[in-house]
Design a protein around this ligand. Sequence first.
Ligand code: KG4
Ligand code: ZN
Length: 332
Amino acid sequence: MLVLGLETSCDETAASLVEDGQQVLSDTVATQIAIHQRYGGVVPELASRNHVVQVLPVVDQCLQSAGKSLADVELIAVTSGPGLLGALLVGVQFAKALALAMEVPVIGVNHLEGHLLAILLEDLAPVPPFLGLVVSGGHTSLYDVPEYGQYRLLGSTRDDAAGEAFDKVAKLLGLPYPGGAPIDSLAREGDPKAIRFPRPLSGPGVFEWSFSGLKTAVASRIRAHGVPQGQEMADLCASFQEAVADSLTRKLVAAARQLGRQQLVLCGGVAANSRLRALAQERAAYRDMSLFVPPPNRCTDNGAMIAAAGYRAYLRGVRADDTLNASAAWRL
Ligand code: KG4
Ligand code: ZN
């Protein structure tokens, strides 16, 4: 079954064609980073407008590079929440119109389920039960997944999401938006032990996070010493990144031990972070657990993960009707 996956929940207009929920034929992402960069964050109204401009060309290019036509598409999967309402609406309305015209079913996919199921596009995927940690610009949420389609939220962040912390700290340091990748690359030259940043809520059995104190700690350092340069900049990036990676992986593994889960999935844009990937791998291996992390381009927003999740939902019998709508705060 050929599935078209569409994603417009934030600042990427993305489309992908996936065969049987597993084989990616094409994966097209038009990012709006350049548009939002001068504002240091996503401007919702600009995001919606640019999705309107991009959605058709992106789908066209996606079909072209797979050598397929619209008539080949058998199912449309679209992110219908959570995310920016105006941005979501562009994808949802487009998907519904296309489904109506082509007489194919359409399915609304939860963006977080998309991130969690991006791993199904890899040769080696976990067989439930597993624990899944979604770390992105908008979310830091830990789920127990006893079955595909069943997600039990174990805990999330009390304030900023992990990616939001990267983006805010990058802004304080004068680095470009989004801040994850630039901090990741500067941190490679830095000493992660140079500065001991706080790891809040570190008590046993607490599967919640807090990252706003970390941002404040960086802000007060900058107020006291100015924006660091050279090696000090690298050290600060490495130390900040270490605090985030340490707190995420420590709790992920602790939760798995408590619940007796052997398989871990790490996903979402922040899972592209090199130190987080390495530390998660190290800690999982130490406890004889298997860690599954999508490749970096499937950690950040993409259409393929939406197609994969949509296909699974289709197999479970999920269908959307013409009341399908965008839902900005849809909880998984
Ligand atoms: O999943 P995603 O593309 O969009 C949301 O659903 O939010 O995640 C975007 C987030 C941004 O905050 C970005 O800074 C972060 O992922 N990110 C990273 C890296 N690459 C992207 N954070 C840390 N290290 C990276 N290499
Ligand atoms: Zn995302």
